[in-house]
Design a protein around this ligand. Structure first.
Ligand code: FES
Ligand code: FES
Length: 156
């Protein structure tokens, strides 16, 4: 019989059943219906499942949920009032960094972690921070431009 586990997701305690090798992505999407982290490759390659764990970007599809008890799990849904996320979302819309949108929550999570740690990144730092997030649509230029624009806005 699976035991329940208390997660802290977007600032609220949520109980999920554990068992087998359940991943954080499965707990978020399938149990809690937190749907911004996307199930792309489900094997650690595409970055579309990226969430913040204690502020660090992590692939939820590779993270066992039982390792997440007591840590702060944040998704885009839980960052609506975050100044970095608000600036990023505005900049992505303006720059055209969002097309189909599938990769976007994961990209935003990685970008938010970058800006929280490095408020004025250069282009190389943005590219490095997003190197684990694949996008089939934008060709990346607009995504990088958006992150640089958001950094500029936050620093004003
Ligand atoms: Fe997790 Fe692709 S779904 S890296
Ligand atoms: Fe479509 Fe990135 S916007 S995969």
């Amino acid at each position: 019989m699976a035991e329940g586990l208390a997660l802290i997701v977007n600032g609220k305690i949520a109980r999920v059943a554990v068992g087998g090798a359940k991943t954080l992505l499965s707990a978020l999407r399938d149990d809690l219906r937190v749907l911004s982290p996307k199930r792309g490759c489900n094997q650690g390659v595409c970055g579309s499942c990226t969430v913040l764990i204690d502020g660090e970007p992590r692939r939820a599809c590779l993270t066992l949920v039982e390792r997440c008890e007591g840590v702060d799990v944040r998704t885009v849904e839980g960052l609506a009032n975050d100044k970095f996320m608000q600036a990023l979302q505005r900049a992505f819309v303006v720059s055209g960094g969002v097309q189909c949108g599938f990769c976007t929550p994961g990209v935003l999570a990685s970008a938010r972690a970058l800006l929280a740690e490095t408020p004025a990144p250069d282009e190389g730092e943005v590219k490095a921070a997003l190197s684990g997030n694949l996008c089939r649509c934008t060709g990346y230029r607009t995504i990088v431009e958006a992150v640089l624009a958001a950094a500029k806005e936050v620093s004003l």
